[in-house]
Design a protein around this ligand. Structure first.
Ligand code: UDX
Length: 404
């Protein structure tokens, strides 16, 4: 099939590469000239493991307008508007730019229930949500755990079945509004699960038990399952915070109570402060202390800092009067550009008075114990506390229940 994909973000580029690997003729339609030129040179506008190499082995062109496609995908951004609702202007722009084309047009971007029907309902169209995770984008897109097809008509449905029928996973046929709601409900449930695990982790820390051991026991209940039970400093990224806000805004428009979503967002706002409390407990007053944040990306294996918990952590430490320095293997530049924070190299970060580990980058676990600052707060429990303590460091791995 000749496929045109609008939007060269995570979802657009990854989908383009994977559809091309499946033997389709793919082009990426991108309005940003700098992004297009970078792609033409083989540079992706973000870091994603394996994606640049995979992109280089395709012949996908980055173009300004579609050339006679048989199927169109819309993968443009739907950022939060001021009231938390989803800003759909980029989707509307693609709808009008493609209005004269007769092929099916499919929305992959996360949009509120009713959007596909409202914007594209008179055309052969559909909604096909994307569930890929940053840091694992290629593997998730190549082998999804399910495909949701919400088509408005037979032509769109058939095109999507043709694209995905070789996959060994359940395919759900539904209407576009249900498909849209499946995506919001999935992200909101996952976000609330993390908020719950974090709250339980805080209690575990207080009563002196390890949240990971507790979650191992909890996750063996088949109704709960073992995944996504990692307590930490909260969730970030381009999806969870934005999608919970958008679903809450939609619920409020319909005069629905949003107690659970309110609590999820509030818990996530409060969680980074647990690392500051732990540091104060060990170090005392933080005024004038030089504190290094290790990990600025919202999670490991990405350079994405959107809604990273490093941002509120950085703010909270400054409010305590600390001199805050920041280090990330991939996201120093993005973080400094977005926040104006002082970013430093690894050596400088290790020379601080104290460290807070915010992102579970595997390379942090490989840093020899004696090189860490005197006090370490491991907000993701990715370091070996025993080795650090043997090297004379004071350590709290938040949630593991041990005192420093
Ligand atoms: C998420 C969804 O998982 C994906 O299906 C959707 O398409 C986009 O949003 P992503 O944001 O890339 O993907 O990353 P994910 O791995 O889900 O992590 C989101 C956040 O939750 C991160 O900040 C991560 O650190 C945090 N998290 C995740 C936890 O704190 N604990 C966990 O157990 C899992």
């Amino acid at each position: 099939m000749r496929i045109s994909i609008f939007g060269a973000g995570f979802v657009g580029v990854t989908s383009a590469v994977v559809f091309s690997e499946w033997g389709h003729e793919v082009e990426l339609v991108e309005v940003d000239a700098a992004r297009r030129e970078a792609l033409e040179r083989g540079n992706l506008p973000f870091y994603e493991p394996g994606l640049e190499e995979a992109w280089a082995s395709t012949n996908i062109q980055a173009v300004t307008a579609p050339n006679d496609p048989e199927l169109i995908f819309v993968c443009v951004g739907t950022p939060s508007a001021d009231d938390g609702s989803a800003d759909l202007s980029a989707i509307e722009a693609v709808a009008s730019a493609t209005a004269r084309l007769r092929c099916p047009i499919i929305i992959k971007s996360t949009v509120p229930p009713g959007t596909t029907q409202a914007i594209l309902g008179t055309r052969p169209s559909g909604m096909n949500p994307e569930f890929l995770r940053e840091g694992a984008a290629l593997q998730d897109a190549r082998k999804p755990d399910r495909v949701v097809i919400g088509a408005t008509n037979g032509e769109a449905r058939e095109a999507l079945h043709q694209l995905y029928s070789h996959l060994d996973c359940p395919i759900i046929d539904t209407d576009p509004t249900t498909a849209e709601m499946i995506k919001y409900a999935s992200n909101t449930m996952l976000a609330s699960r993390i908020a719950m695990v974090n709250e339980l982790g805080n209690v575990c820390q207080s009563v002196g038990v390890n949240v990971d051991a507790v979650m191992q026991g909890v996750g063996l209940d088949w109704r709960i399952g073992p995944h996504f039970l990692q307590a930490g400093l909260g969730f970030g990224g381009s999806c969870f915070p934005k999608d919970v806000h958008a679903l809450r805004a939609l619920a409020r428009q319909h005069a629905q109570d949003t107690t659970m979503m309110d609590a999820t967002l509030r818990q996530n706002d409060l969680q980074p402060a647990t690392a500051v409390d732990a540091l104060r407990e060990v170090h005392g007053d933080l005024t004038g202390a030089r504190v290094a944040i290790f990990g600025l990306a919202f999670k490991a294996d990405t350079s994405d800092i959107r809604e990273s918990r490093a941002i509120p952590l950085w703010q909270a430490l400054q409010a305590e009067g600390a001199e805050v320095i920041c280090y990330d293997p991939m996201a120093n530049e993005e973080f400094s550009r977005a926040t104006g924070a002082q970013v430093v190299d690894l050596e400088t970060a290790l020379a601080a008075d104290a460290a807070i580990v915010q992102t579970a980058w595997p390379e942090f676990a490989r840093i020899p114990a004696e090189r860490w600052p005197a006090t370490v707060i491991d907000g993701r429990r990715c370091l070996d506390a025993q080795t650090l303590r043997m090297a004379g460091k004071k350590v709290i791995r938040t949630g593991d229940g041990s005192p420093a």
